[in-house]
Design a protein around this ligand. Structure first.
Ligand SMILES: NC(=O)c1ccc[n+]([C@@H]2O[C@H](COP(=O)([O-])OP(=O)(O)OC[C@H]3O[C@@H](n4cnc5c(N)ncnc54)[C@H](OP(=O)(O)O)[C@@H]3O)[C@@H](O)[C@H]2O)c1
Length: 162
């Protein structure tokens, strides 16, 4: 879970069932061969970060914390580790939260392999419970215009070969 894969339906389900959500790859696995730039290069997050005097990573992590989930962030860098912990004495505004909702949704894996007429999931809609993604890491854009508007062409820097 991260700002670029918010999974509102899943989080609502978990909340109703008393299931605590852990957000793996909260920065979109930034820099990893399987990761994306959808979080760290988000123009919306960058604007919020500049206005608040925080880093993009801090905005991404604080948003997760404010959703009641736990970010599981990884860093090998001591300075960034400390930075990632400094998210507890300030908060996002209502306007910030509304803007985060506008971030294009990017699913790292489409998981077509789980779809089968004989299995429990007959279609991608079934599998993802209607969670809508504009793009996924295979490079298929379900809604290319949204991505053009956000100038995230470099989003696929790490993913075109997948
Ligand atoms: N079990 C599972 O299914 C599963 C799935 C996904 C992830 N995970 C685990 O979740 C943890 C986190 O996920 P992840 O490593 O994939 O992705 P992530 O935490 O979203 O991103 C890690 C990347 O962000 C960089 N980074 C961290 N803090 C930063 C900051 N403040 N500013 C700029 N860059 C920053 C790190 O680089 P530096 O190290 O250079 O700072 C690293 O390249 C890992 O332990 C991973 O193994 C588990």
């Amino acid at each position: 879970m991260n700002v670029a894969w918010q999974q509102g339906n899943l989080r609502k389900f978990c909340q109703e069932k008393g299931i605590h959500v852990s957000a793996w790859s909260p920065l979109g696995a930034y820099g990893a061969s399987w990761g994306s730039l959808a979080v760290m290069e988000s123009p919306i997050l960058k604007d919020i970060a500049i206005a608040k005097g925080k880093s993009v990573a801090q905005i991404a992590l604080r948003w997760i914390f404010e959703q009641g989930a736990t970010p599981i962030v990884k860093s090998f860098n001591k300075v960034r580790m400390k930075e990632n912990l400094q998210i507890f004495d300030w908060k996002l505004s209502e306007v910030d939260l509304e803007n985060v909702k506008k971030i294009p949704q990017f699913r790292a894996v489409l998981a077509r392999e789980f779809i089968s007429e004989d299995g429990p999931y007959k279609s991608l809609e079934d599998l993802w419970d209607g969670e809508r993604s504009h793009c996924y890491s295979g490079g298929e854009c379900l809604d290319p215009k949204t991505f053009e508007a956000h100038d995230t062409k470099q989003l696929f820097q790490y993913t075109v070969s997948m």
